[in-house]
Design a binder for this molecule. Sequence first.
Ligand SMILES: Cc1cc2nc3c(=O)[nH]c(=O)nc-3n(C[C@H](O)[C@H](O)[C@H](O)COP(=O)(O)OP(=O)(O)OC[C@H]3O[C@@H](n4cnc5c(N)ncnc54)[C@H](O)[C@@H]3O)c2cc1C
Length: 410
Amino acid sequence: MRVIIAGGGIGGLTTALSLHAAGIEAEVFESVAEIRPLGVGINILPHAVRELTELGLADALAATGIATRELRYISAHGQEIWREPRGLAAGYHWPQYSIHRGRLHMLLLAEVRARLGAGRVHLGKRMISTSQDAHGATAHFADGSSATADALVAADGIHSAARAQRHPDEGPPRWKGAVLWRATSVAEGFLGGATMIQCGHHDLKFVCYPIANNPDGTQLINWIAEKVFPEDTAWNREDWNRTADLEAFVPLYEAWRWDFLDVPALMRRAEAVFEYPMVDRDPLEAWSIGRITLLGDAAHPMYPIGSNGSSQAILDARVLAMHLKRAPSVEAGLAAYDAARRPATAALTIANRGLGPDLVLEEVHRRAPHGFARLHDVISDAELRETAQNYKQLAGFDPALLNQRESYAA
Ligand SMILES: Cc1cc2nc3c(=O)[nH]c(=O)nc-3n(C[C@H](O)[C@H](O)[C@H](O)COP(=O)(O)OP(=O)(O)OC[C@H]3O[C@@H](n4cnc5c(N)ncnc54)[C@H](O)[C@@H]3O)c2cc1C
């Protein structure tokens, strides 16, 4: 069996590695002419680290990212609301990694080239449409060329050409008013050097975590400032590479200077700031049609809440390879992948619209907008626990469930 993958992002490259591990031939067609280490920090949750570990990438991940030990929720007044251990510290058999997206991307690319052969990654190949018949699936590229194989996986991101061809009336992604400013700053570590913090409330948020240790003892710290605008505000089309001006938002955080972190000072050390509207799309009725399917952001773009964008693409890749290997036909394999992954990611997309695990920040802000003397006068421990637990179950990273479930190895 041979599979064409359109899109060499996190999802596409992980699919190539997963198919190769399953003994299935794979070839990647990526639109950009040169793959560069773009983006800022992302989190790879234990359920996805498990998959990358089974692909033999544990050491490379450990050498590239930071194994996150703790997550804390903090109010806009710097008051702690909730803390929980993460990764190995939370009892998972696999760590959680906070990592630079670009470095992860380059790591995956190097592995694909080493394992499948450098000639299996084709650059400058922008897929513009797909077609299929009883014998194969074809990707048609902007340069006039095409490629045919037994199956075609469209992992071509949030502006997927394959998805647009199937759903010409879908239009642009859905924007509900939130804008994210994302950046990295080099600074001294905070709260022990392996903690992720989520601060503020629905209208103004700040998320921050270290993604690499520097030789001089400083850390590369990823941060995201998020502000909600009225829904009718005009905003720029989503583009992962659009830069922004610090002064557009740092003044909003001037009072966020706490003993463990000076937020505006960290922001002003940014290397470059990227602006991105928080968008998603409605879940689809089908991903797999015959020999062609969708994967990653092409299939289920979701709000980047709860650290699930890349993690879910990695799960897709592994489940796809497993079903293609086990099923009696290409069509049956893609249908089984669709049945396994589509409902799960649809539920997550919807949960993220409802704030996901960040719900506790909003509740505390609503009940005590000027801060609190004692947290438990405002919110009970049971409520805090329940919110955290519900989201983990939904996203498939409840520790007990994850540790016990069968491997997705083909
Ligand atoms: C440049 C860039 C920077 C990003 N930075 C961040 C970040 O900082 N934080 C974050 O949370 N997420 C970021 N993301 C998104 C994140 O990588 C995805 O949400 C997640 O990893 C799911 O991966 P994916 O492979 O489905 O999509 P992506 O990682 O977006 O990969 C899609 C790939 O398909 C390629 N492609 C697009 N159209 C076509 C086409 N027509 N034909 C062939 N190839 C095509 C793209 O060039 C890209 O390499 C970024 C994505 C990109 C492309």
